[in-house]
Design a protein around this ligand. Structure first.
Ligand SMILES: NC(=O)c1ccc[n+]([C@@H]2O[C@H](COP(=O)([O-])OP(=O)(O)OC[C@H]3O[C@@H](n4cnc5c(N)ncnc54)[C@H](OP(=O)(O)O)[C@@H]3O)[C@@H](O)[C@H]2O)c1
Length: 389
Protein backbone atom coordinates (compact mmCIF):
# COMPACT_ATOMS: atom_id res chain seq x y z
CA UNK A 1 0.00 0.00 0.00
CA UNK A 2 3.00 2.33 0.24
CA UNK A 3 3.73 4.78 -2.49
CA UNK A 4 7.33 4.95 -3.57
CA UNK A 5 8.82 8.26 -2.46
CA UNK A 6 10.33 10.14 -5.33
CA UNK A 7 13.12 12.68 -4.92
CA UNK A 8 10.47 15.38 -4.97
CA UNK A 9 8.60 13.63 -2.15
CA UNK A 10 11.74 13.49 -0.07
CA UNK A 11 12.40 17.14 -0.79
CA UNK A 12 8.87 18.04 0.26
CA UNK A 13 9.16 15.99 3.45
CA UNK A 14 12.50 17.60 4.13
CA UNK A 15 10.90 21.01 3.78
CA UNK A 16 8.08 19.96 6.10
CA UNK A 17 10.56 18.51 8.55
CA UNK A 18 12.59 21.68 8.59
CA UNK A 19 9.46 23.73 9.27
CA UNK A 20 8.48 21.41 12.10
CA UNK A 21 11.95 21.09 13.56
CA UNK A 22 11.74 17.38 12.85
CA UNK A 23 14.84 15.23 13.26
CA UNK A 24 16.27 13.60 10.11
CA UNK A 25 15.38 10.11 11.37
CA UNK A 26 11.73 10.92 10.71
CA UNK A 27 12.49 11.26 7.04
CA UNK A 28 14.23 7.93 7.17
CA UNK A 29 11.08 6.51 8.69
CA UNK A 30 9.11 7.95 5.77
CA UNK A 31 11.52 6.40 3.32
CA UNK A 32 11.39 3.10 5.22
CA UNK A 33 7.73 2.75 4.25
CA UNK A 34 8.89 2.32 0.68
CA UNK A 35 11.68 -0.06 1.43
CA UNK A 36 14.55 2.34 2.07
CA UNK A 37 16.86 1.73 5.05
CA UNK A 38 15.17 1.59 8.43
CA UNK A 39 14.90 4.68 10.60
CA UNK A 40 17.78 5.05 12.98
CA UNK A 41 16.69 4.31 16.51
CA UNK A 42 17.54 6.25 19.60
CA UNK A 43 18.14 9.71 18.10
CA UNK A 44 16.95 12.74 20.03
CA UNK A 45 13.43 13.72 19.07
CA UNK A 46 12.82 16.28 21.77
CA UNK A 47 12.05 18.92 19.13
CA UNK A 48 9.09 16.92 17.81
CA UNK A 49 6.44 17.59 20.41
CA UNK A 50 3.02 19.19 20.58
CA UNK A 51 0.87 20.37 23.44
CA UNK A 52 -1.92 18.07 24.50
CA UNK A 53 -3.66 19.99 27.29
CA UNK A 54 -0.97 20.13 30.00
CA UNK A 55 1.12 17.39 28.36
CA UNK A 56 3.83 17.57 25.73
CA UNK A 57 3.95 14.57 23.43
CA UNK A 58 5.05 13.34 20.01
CA UNK A 59 2.34 14.23 17.45
CA UNK A 60 1.46 10.57 16.86
CA UNK A 61 0.81 8.24 19.80
CA UNK A 62 0.40 4.47 19.91
CA UNK A 63 -2.80 2.64 20.86
CA UNK A 64 -2.19 -0.61 22.73
CA UNK A 65 -5.51 -2.43 22.64
CA UNK A 66 -4.62 -6.08 22.52
CA UNK A 67 -6.33 -9.19 23.74
CA UNK A 68 -4.90 -12.68 24.33
CA UNK A 69 -4.81 -15.08 21.41
CA UNK A 70 -3.58 -18.47 22.53
CA UNK A 71 -0.83 -18.77 25.13
CA UNK A 72 1.70 -16.41 23.51
CA UNK A 73 -0.33 -14.41 21.00
CA UNK A 74 -2.11 -11.06 20.98
CA UNK A 75 -4.89 -9.91 18.68
CA UNK A 76 -6.56 -6.53 18.13
CA UNK A 77 -10.27 -5.89 17.62
CA UNK A 78 -9.87 -6.35 13.87
CA UNK A 79 -7.97 -9.65 13.98
CA UNK A 80 -4.48 -8.27 13.37
CA UNK A 81 -2.05 -10.40 15.33
CA UNK A 82 1.39 -10.64 16.80
CA UNK A 83 3.05 -12.43 19.69
CA UNK A 84 3.37 -11.05 23.23
CA UNK A 85 7.10 -10.71 22.57
CA UNK A 86 6.34 -8.98 19.25
CA UNK A 87 4.01 -6.56 21.04
CA UNK A 88 6.65 -5.66 23.61
CA UNK A 89 9.25 -5.17 20.86
CA UNK A 90 6.82 -2.99 18.89
CA UNK A 91 6.25 -0.67 21.87
CA UNK A 92 10.00 -0.45 22.41
CA UNK A 93 10.53 0.34 18.73
CA UNK A 94 7.94 3.12 19.09
CA UNK A 95 9.91 4.72 21.93
CA UNK A 96 13.10 4.44 19.86
CA UNK A 97 11.33 6.31 17.05
CA UNK A 98 10.42 9.14 19.42
CA UNK A 99 6.84 8.12 20.24
CA UNK A 100 6.25 8.92 23.90
CA UNK A 101 2.47 8.77 24.21
CA UNK A 102 0.86 5.39 24.83
CA UNK A 103 -2.82 4.61 25.21
CA UNK A 104 -4.25 1.57 26.90
CA UNK A 105 -7.00 0.53 29.39
CA UNK A 106 -7.56 -2.06 32.10
CA UNK A 107 -10.35 -3.56 30.00
CA UNK A 108 -8.02 -4.24 27.02
CA UNK A 109 -7.16 -7.87 27.48
CA UNK A 110 -8.45 -7.49 30.20
CA UNK A 111 -5.28 -6.40 31.97
CA UNK A 112 -2.96 -7.85 29.30
CA UNK A 113 -2.36 -4.63 27.36
CA UNK A 114 -1.34 -2.79 30.53
CA UNK A 115 0.96 -5.67 31.44
CA UNK A 116 2.71 -5.64 28.06
CA UNK A 117 3.03 -1.85 28.12
CA UNK A 118 4.54 -2.04 31.61
CA UNK A 119 6.95 -4.75 30.51
CA UNK A 120 8.01 -2.80 27.40
CA UNK A 121 8.56 0.50 29.19
CA UNK A 122 10.25 -0.70 32.36
CA UNK A 123 13.57 0.99 33.03
CA UNK A 124 14.76 4.12 31.28
CA UNK A 125 11.98 4.05 28.65
CA UNK A 126 9.45 4.77 31.40
CA UNK A 127 11.03 8.14 32.10
CA UNK A 128 10.49 9.20 28.48
CA UNK A 129 6.93 7.90 28.26
CA UNK A 130 3.55 9.47 28.90
CA UNK A 131 1.30 6.58 29.90
CA UNK A 132 -2.43 6.95 29.52
CA UNK A 133 -4.85 4.29 30.68
CA UNK A 134 -8.55 4.05 31.54
CA UNK A 135 -10.86 2.69 34.22
CA UNK A 136 -14.63 2.59 34.28
CA UNK A 137 -16.07 -0.58 32.81
CA UNK A 138 -17.65 -2.84 35.38
CA UNK A 139 -15.09 -5.55 36.02
CA UNK A 140 -14.15 -7.97 38.73
CA UNK A 141 -10.82 -6.37 39.54
CA UNK A 142 -9.35 -9.63 40.80
CA UNK A 143 -10.18 -11.80 37.77
CA UNK A 144 -10.81 -9.24 35.02
CA UNK A 145 -14.22 -10.79 34.39
CA UNK A 146 -16.44 -8.27 32.65
CA UNK A 147 -19.84 -7.56 34.19
CA UNK A 148 -22.59 -5.57 32.52
CA UNK A 149 -22.35 -1.81 32.51
CA UNK A 150 -19.87 0.64 33.98
CA UNK A 151 -18.52 1.34 37.45
CA UNK A 152 -16.95 4.62 38.60
CA UNK A 153 -17.80 4.29 42.29
CA UNK A 154 -14.95 5.86 44.31
CA UNK A 155 -13.84 2.66 46.04
CA UNK A 156 -13.83 0.78 42.72
CA UNK A 157 -11.75 3.51 41.04
CA UNK A 158 -9.18 3.53 43.84
CA UNK A 159 -8.82 -0.27 43.65
CA UNK A 160 -8.64 -0.18 39.85
CA UNK A 161 -5.75 2.29 39.95
CA UNK A 162 -3.77 0.12 42.38
CA UNK A 163 -3.98 -2.76 39.87
CA UNK A 164 -3.05 -0.47 36.99
CA UNK A 165 0.05 0.86 38.74
CA UNK A 166 1.15 -2.72 39.45
CA UNK A 167 0.61 -3.94 35.89
CA UNK A 168 2.21 -0.85 34.36
CA UNK A 169 5.22 -1.26 36.69
CA UNK A 170 5.13 2.39 37.61
CA UNK A 171 4.41 4.63 40.58
CA UNK A 172 2.27 7.09 38.57
CA UNK A 173 -0.23 7.20 35.72
CA UNK A 174 0.44 10.27 33.60
CA UNK A 175 -3.10 10.45 32.22
CA UNK A 176 -6.01 8.51 33.70
CA UNK A 177 -9.29 8.48 31.79
CA UNK A 178 -12.77 7.58 32.83
CA UNK A 179 -13.50 5.19 29.94
CA UNK A 180 -17.24 5.90 29.92
CA UNK A 181 -19.38 8.18 32.08
CA UNK A 182 -21.18 6.26 34.84
CA UNK A 183 -24.87 7.28 34.81
CA UNK A 184 -25.10 6.32 38.49
CA UNK A 185 -22.18 8.35 39.88
CA UNK A 186 -22.02 12.18 39.88
CA UNK A 187 -18.94 13.34 37.99
CA UNK A 188 -18.03 15.50 41.00
CA UNK A 189 -17.54 12.28 43.00
CA UNK A 190 -15.41 10.73 40.24
CA UNK A 191 -13.23 13.82 39.94
CA UNK A 192 -13.04 14.08 43.72
CA UNK A 193 -11.66 10.53 43.82
CA UNK A 194 -9.15 11.33 41.09
CA UNK A 195 -8.10 14.50 42.93
CA UNK A 196 -7.28 12.31 45.92
CA UNK A 197 -5.13 10.09 43.67
CA UNK A 198 -3.44 13.19 42.26
CA UNK A 199 -2.66 14.41 45.80
CA UNK A 200 -1.07 11.01 46.48
CA UNK A 201 1.05 11.33 43.31
CA UNK A 202 -0.47 8.16 41.82
CA UNK A 203 -2.14 10.07 38.96
CA UNK A 204 -0.81 13.21 37.27
CA UNK A 205 -3.68 14.26 34.96
CA UNK A 206 -7.11 12.97 34.03
CA UNK A 207 -9.31 12.76 30.98
CA UNK A 208 -12.76 11.66 29.84
CA UNK A 209 -13.65 9.37 26.97
CA UNK A 210 -16.88 9.91 25.01
CA UNK A 211 -18.43 12.10 27.75
CA UNK A 212 -21.55 14.24 27.63
CA UNK A 213 -20.76 17.93 27.15
CA UNK A 214 -22.29 19.13 30.43
CA UNK A 215 -20.36 16.44 32.27
CA UNK A 216 -17.14 17.88 30.82
CA UNK A 217 -18.01 21.35 32.11
CA UNK A 218 -18.91 20.04 35.56
CA UNK A 219 -15.75 17.93 35.74
CA UNK A 220 -13.63 20.85 34.61
CA UNK A 221 -15.03 23.02 37.41
CA UNK A 222 -13.87 20.45 39.98
CA UNK A 223 -10.39 20.01 38.48
CA UNK A 224 -9.16 20.83 34.95
CA UNK A 225 -9.83 18.09 32.42
CA UNK A 226 -6.55 17.46 30.59
CA UNK A 227 -7.75 15.48 27.57
CA UNK A 228 -10.92 14.23 25.90
CA UNK A 229 -10.64 10.99 23.92
CA UNK A 230 -13.39 10.38 21.37
CA UNK A 231 -13.65 8.64 18.05
CA UNK A 232 -12.53 11.00 15.27
CA UNK A 233 -11.24 10.42 11.77
CA UNK A 234 -12.11 11.25 8.19
CA UNK A 235 -14.64 8.41 8.53
CA UNK A 236 -16.33 9.95 11.59
CA UNK A 237 -16.19 13.72 12.03
CA UNK A 238 -18.73 14.01 14.87
CA UNK A 239 -16.45 15.88 17.34
CA UNK A 240 -16.14 18.86 14.99
CA UNK A 241 -19.62 20.17 15.85
CA UNK A 242 -19.38 20.58 19.62
CA UNK A 243 -16.57 18.63 21.25
CA UNK A 244 -13.59 20.31 19.55
CA UNK A 245 -15.01 23.82 20.18
CA UNK A 246 -15.47 22.88 23.84
CA UNK A 247 -11.86 21.65 24.01
CA UNK A 248 -10.72 24.91 22.45
CA UNK A 249 -12.76 26.96 24.90
CA UNK A 250 -11.49 25.11 27.99
CA UNK A 251 -7.91 24.41 26.85
CA UNK A 252 -8.43 20.64 26.81
CA UNK A 253 -6.31 18.41 24.54
CA UNK A 254 -8.04 15.97 22.16
CA UNK A 255 -7.09 12.39 21.35
CA UNK A 256 -8.90 10.75 18.42
CA UNK A 257 -9.47 7.03 18.88
CA UNK A 258 -9.75 4.77 15.83
CA UNK A 259 -7.96 7.49 13.82
CA UNK A 260 -7.67 5.09 10.88
CA UNK A 261 -11.38 4.31 10.93
CA UNK A 262 -10.70 0.79 12.30
CA UNK A 263 -8.37 0.09 9.35
CA UNK A 264 -10.76 1.47 6.71
CA UNK A 265 -8.61 4.51 5.93
CA UNK A 266 -5.55 2.28 5.63
CA UNK A 267 -7.19 0.62 2.65
CA UNK A 268 -7.75 -2.61 4.61
CA UNK A 269 -11.43 -2.83 3.66
CA UNK A 270 -13.12 -3.23 0.28
CA UNK A 271 -16.74 -3.00 -0.90
CA UNK A 272 -17.03 -6.78 -0.57
CA UNK A 273 -15.25 -7.22 2.79
CA UNK A 274 -17.11 -9.42 5.25
CA UNK A 275 -16.11 -9.70 8.91
CA UNK A 276 -16.08 -12.78 11.13
CA UNK A 277 -17.84 -12.73 14.49
CA UNK A 278 -14.55 -12.09 16.31
CA UNK A 279 -14.00 -8.90 14.31
CA UNK A 280 -15.43 -5.82 16.06
CA UNK A 281 -16.50 -4.41 12.68
CA UNK A 282 -18.99 -7.27 12.19
CA UNK A 283 -21.45 -5.37 14.42
CA UNK A 284 -20.69 -1.88 13.13
CA UNK A 285 -23.35 -0.57 10.71
CA UNK A 286 -20.96 1.43 8.52
CA UNK A 287 -19.08 -1.81 7.70
CA UNK A 288 -22.27 -3.71 6.81
CA UNK A 289 -22.68 -5.06 3.27
CA UNK A 290 -25.33 -2.46 2.45
CA UNK A 291 -23.12 0.44 3.60
CA UNK A 292 -19.65 -0.47 2.41
CA UNK A 293 -20.05 0.11 -1.34
CA UNK A 294 -21.18 3.71 -0.76
CA UNK A 295 -18.51 4.33 1.89
CA UNK A 296 -15.70 3.26 -0.42
CA UNK A 297 -15.92 6.72 -2.01
CA UNK A 298 -14.03 8.02 1.03
CA UNK A 299 -11.31 5.36 0.76
CA UNK A 300 -10.91 6.33 -2.91
CA UNK A 301 -10.63 10.02 -2.01
CA UNK A 302 -7.95 9.24 0.56
CA UNK A 303 -6.00 7.21 -2.01
CA UNK A 304 -6.22 10.03 -4.55
CA UNK A 305 -4.99 12.61 -2.06
CA UNK A 306 -2.26 10.31 -0.78
CA UNK A 307 -0.96 9.96 -4.34
CA UNK A 308 -1.17 13.73 -4.82
CA UNK A 309 0.90 14.31 -1.65
CA UNK A 310 3.23 11.37 -2.35
CA UNK A 311 2.45 9.77 0.98
CA UNK A 312 0.49 6.66 1.96
CA UNK A 313 -3.27 6.71 2.72
CA UNK A 314 -2.53 6.04 6.39
CA UNK A 315 -0.09 8.93 6.54
CA UNK A 316 -2.57 11.22 4.84
CA UNK A 317 -5.29 10.21 7.31
CA UNK A 318 -3.12 10.82 10.38
CA UNK A 319 -1.72 14.09 9.04
CA UNK A 320 -5.26 15.26 8.29
CA UNK A 321 -6.10 14.80 11.98
CA UNK A 322 -3.02 16.58 13.32
CA UNK A 323 -3.64 19.41 10.84
CA UNK A 324 -7.12 20.12 12.23
CA UNK A 325 -5.84 21.56 15.54
CA UNK A 326 -2.36 21.85 17.07
CA UNK A 327 -3.60 20.09 20.22
CA UNK A 328 -4.85 16.87 18.57
CA UNK A 329 -2.79 13.68 18.97
CA UNK A 330 -4.09 10.49 17.28
CA UNK A 331 -3.29 7.07 18.70
CA UNK A 332 -3.32 4.58 15.78
CA UNK A 333 -3.27 0.95 16.84
CA UNK A 334 -0.98 -1.53 15.12
CA UNK A 335 0.56 -4.96 15.63
CA UNK A 336 3.07 -4.48 12.82
CA UNK A 337 6.43 -2.70 13.09
CA UNK A 338 6.51 -1.60 9.43
CA UNK A 339 3.04 -0.07 9.91
CA UNK A 340 4.24 1.64 13.09
CA UNK A 341 7.13 3.23 11.20
CA UNK A 342 4.78 4.33 8.45
CA UNK A 343 2.41 5.87 11.00
CA UNK A 344 5.15 7.68 12.91
CA UNK A 345 6.44 9.26 9.72
CA UNK A 346 3.09 11.03 9.28
CA UNK A 347 4.32 13.54 11.88
CA UNK A 348 6.41 15.22 9.16
CA UNK A 349 3.52 15.83 6.75
CA UNK A 350 1.85 19.22 6.50
CA UNK A 351 -0.90 20.79 4.41
CA UNK A 352 -1.10 24.30 3.07
CA UNK A 353 -4.20 26.23 4.13
CA UNK A 354 -5.62 25.88 0.62
CA UNK A 355 -4.95 22.14 0.54
CA UNK A 356 -6.62 21.59 3.90
CA UNK A 357 -9.66 23.61 2.88
CA UNK A 358 -10.00 21.65 -0.34
CA UNK A 359 -9.51 18.29 1.38
CA UNK A 360 -11.96 19.11 4.21
CA UNK A 361 -14.58 20.10 1.67
CA UNK A 362 -14.02 16.93 -0.34
CA UNK A 363 -14.36 14.76 2.76
CA UNK A 364 -17.49 16.63 3.84
CA UNK A 365 -19.06 16.04 0.42
CA UNK A 366 -19.03 12.26 0.94
CA UNK A 367 -21.95 11.10 3.08
CA UNK A 368 -21.03 8.10 5.23
CA UNK A 369 -23.68 5.42 5.38
CA UNK A 370 -24.35 3.54 8.65
CA UNK A 371 -23.78 4.38 12.32
CA UNK A 372 -20.23 4.48 13.66
CA UNK A 373 -20.91 1.88 16.38
CA UNK A 374 -23.50 -0.76 17.25
CA UNK A 375 -26.47 0.55 19.26
CA UNK A 376 -25.42 -0.77 22.71
CA UNK A 377 -21.91 0.67 22.31
CA UNK A 378 -23.29 3.94 20.95
CA UNK A 379 -25.72 4.22 23.88
CA UNK A 380 -22.77 4.44 26.28
CA UNK A 381 -21.35 7.50 24.50
CA UNK A 382 -22.28 11.14 25.18
CA UNK A 383 -23.78 10.15 28.54
CA UNK A 384 -24.32 12.85 31.17
CA UNK A 385 -23.48 12.00 34.77
CA UNK A 386 -26.33 12.37 37.30
CA UNK A 387 -26.49 15.59 39.33
CA UNK A 388 -24.67 15.80 42.64
CA UNK A 389 -27.24 16.03 45.46
N1 LIG B 1 -11.64 5.40 24.24
C1 LIG B 1 -12.22 4.43 23.59
O1 LIG B 1 -13.39 4.09 23.84
C2 LIG B 1 -11.47 3.70 22.52
C3 LIG B 1 -12.15 2.87 21.62
C4 LIG B 1 -11.40 2.22 20.63
C5 LIG B 1 -10.04 2.39 20.55
N2 LIG B 1 -9.40 3.18 21.46
C6 LIG B 1 -7.94 3.40 21.40
O2 LIG B 1 -7.62 3.86 20.07
C7 LIG B 1 -6.56 3.08 19.54
C8 LIG B 1 -6.65 3.00 18.03
O3 LIG B 1 -7.93 2.62 17.60
P1 LIG B 1 -8.25 1.29 16.82
O4 LIG B 1 -7.17 0.30 16.99
O5 LIG B 1 -9.64 0.93 17.21
O6 LIG B 1 -8.36 1.74 15.31
P2 LIG B 1 -7.37 2.35 14.20
O7 LIG B 1 -6.13 2.85 14.84
O8 LIG B 1 -8.22 3.28 13.45
O9 LIG B 1 -7.06 1.09 13.26
C9 LIG B 1 -6.31 0.02 13.68
C10 LIG B 1 -6.19 -0.96 12.53
O10 LIG B 1 -5.49 -0.32 11.44
C11 LIG B 1 -4.43 -1.16 10.99
N3 LIG B 1 -3.27 -0.33 10.67
C12 LIG B 1 -2.59 0.51 11.50
N4 LIG B 1 -1.57 1.10 10.85
C13 LIG B 1 -1.61 0.60 9.58
C14 LIG B 1 -0.80 0.81 8.44
N5 LIG B 1 0.24 1.66 8.47
N6 LIG B 1 -1.10 0.12 7.30
C15 LIG B 1 -2.14 -0.73 7.27
N7 LIG B 1 -2.94 -0.98 8.33
C16 LIG B 1 -2.67 -0.31 9.49
C17 LIG B 1 -4.11 -2.08 12.14
O11 LIG B 1 -3.67 -3.33 11.62
P3 LIG B 1 -2.14 -3.80 11.78
O12 LIG B 1 -2.03 -4.29 13.19
O13 LIG B 1 -1.98 -4.85 10.75
O14 LIG B 1 -1.28 -2.61 11.54
C18 LIG B 1 -5.42 -2.20 12.91
O15 LIG B 1 -6.12 -3.34 12.56
C19 LIG B 1 -6.72 1.73 20.27
O16 LIG B 1 -5.52 1.00 20.23
C20 LIG B 1 -7.11 2.16 21.64
O17 LIG B 1 -5.95 2.49 22.40
C21 LIG B 1 -10.10 3.85 22.43
Amino acid sequence: MSTIPTDSTRRRLLAAATTLGVAPWLLSACARTAGAPAATAGRSTSAVRRRLGPLEVFPIGLGVQWHPSGPQGVVDLYQSRTTRQGGVALIQRATDLGVNFFDTAEVYGPFMSEELLGEALQGSRRERAVISTKFGFNMDLATGQRRPGVNSRPEHVRRAVEGQLRRLRTDRIDLLYQHRVDPAVPIEDVVGTIKGLIRQGKVLHYGLSEPGLQTVRRAHREHPVAVIQNEYSMLYRGPEAQVLPLCEELGIGFVPWSPLGMGFLAGNVSATSRFGQQDFRAAVPRFAPDALPANMALADLVKTWAARKNVTPVQLSLAWLTAQKPWIVPIPGTTNVAHLEENVAAAAITFSTAELKELNAAVAAIPIRGARLSKPVLDATGVEAPPKR
